[in-house]
Ligand binder design. Structure first.
Ligand code: SAH
Length: 458
């Protein structure tokens, strides 16, 4: 962090502006708006300065800058068109440990001024640390479009309601729930935009009586295979509203970074050398948290309904009459193969796809016979440790030993790794890879050579 961002309270605090020209005018306007007691030192002043003086908004001192003018000042801005004078102001202010900004010269300043969107009391400040002011301005314009002009009024009303809300809703969760309704309420926004005081009051009263204490719920959310950009917008919304997030090993750090900062995080995944939390225990955590009125997100890697035991968790919630919803996610088979440049189907090579668990309940020989058919793509989840077994089963069903295979490790993440080979090499290939890894079997694997787009070719 090159600069420490703060908002200064300048109301009734003596500040100094050096310079009486047009550039200085812009700075003077800001300092006046902030309520500073402003002295302006310059050999001459624009008519605007003289007018402000007449309106008693500032004091003009017709003189050259000298150290005496710094006495008792909290903050100084040098805005003359004379570099030497600006430099002198900065040096003298620094010796006195007074924060000083030099217009258009961030390297000579002890504070810089950001690009500002003013919806007081809401203020958004954007800075590029003096490195790319145009980019800061473009960003400001973008943010500006997102923020309705009535935002300041909304924040003011909220400020006045705070103590009433605190009295009315006893728990923090209930209060947060009220505020979320309050800020999202379209009817209230319409009344505010139209400046109808009666309507605003009525709507607020309705919100007070309509806001029921929140009922706990669970959202089962698919986080996708790793790249946070692959989570759905619905999934993201759930993560940002959650009180509690229960997650496991496959959920990437990138995705966890998008979870609401104040949400409690409960890890229920496997750690090397430790047992994973038993399924019953996970179910119980979900039930307990939701029963306490919390909005729980059960975050799972990929899609929660594909080898995710998501449905088992929902059954437990149904038994406890806890409301739930499900947000699908991009499953590893889809995400990892796409990022590896392997299409799961292709008119010439594969007319169907099978998702198969390498773990779990056994498949009989008849099933392996179907699996080993041509013109399809096989995707084995949780197959890394069982690669030798998978290889043997497929070969025993007369699948060609030269059938193309690939293993994709940590797919869609920056550290994604992929190796390709032939079926007879699968178990050897698996020894060089780590979990989580996906095994792909089928002719589509060869398309990777042409279609690889993510990461450069090795
Ligand atoms: N519900 C998840 C799958 C859970 S089973 C989904 O829809 O994707 C766990 C297995 O998924 C892992 O053993 C691995 O085979 C596969 N997997 C999940 N994420 C992966 C990733 N980023 N890269 C490679 N394999 C992954």
């Amino acid at each position: 962090m090159d600069y420490f961002p703060i908002f200064c309270q300048l109301k009734d605090k003596p500040c100094l502006l050096v310079g009486g020209g047009e550039i200085a005018e812009r700075k003077a306007r800001l300092l006046i708006d902030a309520g500073a007691i402003l002295s302006v030192v310059a050999p001459s002043f624009t008519p605007q300065f003289i007018q402000w003086q007449t309106e008693q908004k500032l004091t003009c001192i017709k003189a050259s800058f000298s150290v005496d003018y710094l006495l008792g000042k909290w903050l100084v801005i040098a805005a003359t068109d004379n570099e030497q004078v600006n430099q002198q102001v900065f040096q003298t202010a620094s010796e006195k440990q007074i924060f000083c900004n030099v217009v258009d010269s961030p390297e000579q300043a002890s504070f810089i001024m950001p690009s500002v969107i003013d919806r007081s009391p809401i203020m958004v400040a954007i800075s590029s640390g003096g490195k790319a002011p145009v980019l800061a301005r473009i960003l400001r314009e973008k943010v500006e479009q997102l923020l309705p002009t009535s935002l300041g009024v909304v924040a003011d009303i909220a400020g006045k309601l705070r103590s009433k809300v605190k009295q009315h809703f006893k728990s923090i969760t209930a209060r947060r729930y009220f505020w979320e309704q309050f800020f999202a309420d379209k009817a209230l926004q319409a009344e505010i935009e139209a400046k109808r005081d009666n309507g605003i009051e009525q709507r607020i009263n309705q919100l007070f009586s309509a806001t029921l204490p929140p009922q706990g719920s669970v959202a089962l959310v698919g986080a996708g295979p790793g790249d946070a950009g692959l989570m759905t917008i619905k999934g993201l919304q759930q993560c940002q509203q959650a009180d509690v997030v229960v997650y496991d090993r496959l959920v990437s750090d990138e995705v966890m970074a998008l979870v609401r900062r104040d949400a409690q995080r409960i890890y229920v995944g496997k750690q090397a050398g430790f047992h994973c939390v038993a399924q019953d225990e996970i179910n119980q955590i979900l039930i307990n948290e939701a029963t306490a009125g919390k909005r729980v997100v059960r975050l799972k890697g990929g899609d929660p309904f594909i080898f995710g035991r998501g449905s088992e968790e929902l059954e437990a919630l149904i038994d406890s009459q806890i409301p739930f919803s499900v947000v699908p996610g991009i499953t590893a088979a889809s995400g990892c193969t796409t990022y590896a440049g392997i299409p799961l189907t292709h008119r010439d090579y594969a007319q169907s796809v099978r998702f198969i668990t390498g773990h779990g309940k056994g498949l009989n020989d008849a099933q392996w016979q179907c699996i080993a058919q041509k013109n399809q793509t096989l995707v084995f989840y949780m197959g890394l440790a069982k690669a030798a077994f998978i290889q043997e089963k497929l070969l025993s069903q007369n699948m060609s030993s030269t059938t193309p295979v690939a293993i994709i490790e940590k797919g869609t993440l920056a550290c994604q790794k992929m190796i390709a080979g032939q079926l007879h090499q699968l178990s050897e290939m698996a020894k060089t890879m780590e979990s989580p890894s996906l095994i792909i079997v089928g002719d589509v694997v060869t398309l990777n050579e042409k279609l690889q787009w993510f990461q450069s070719k090795k």
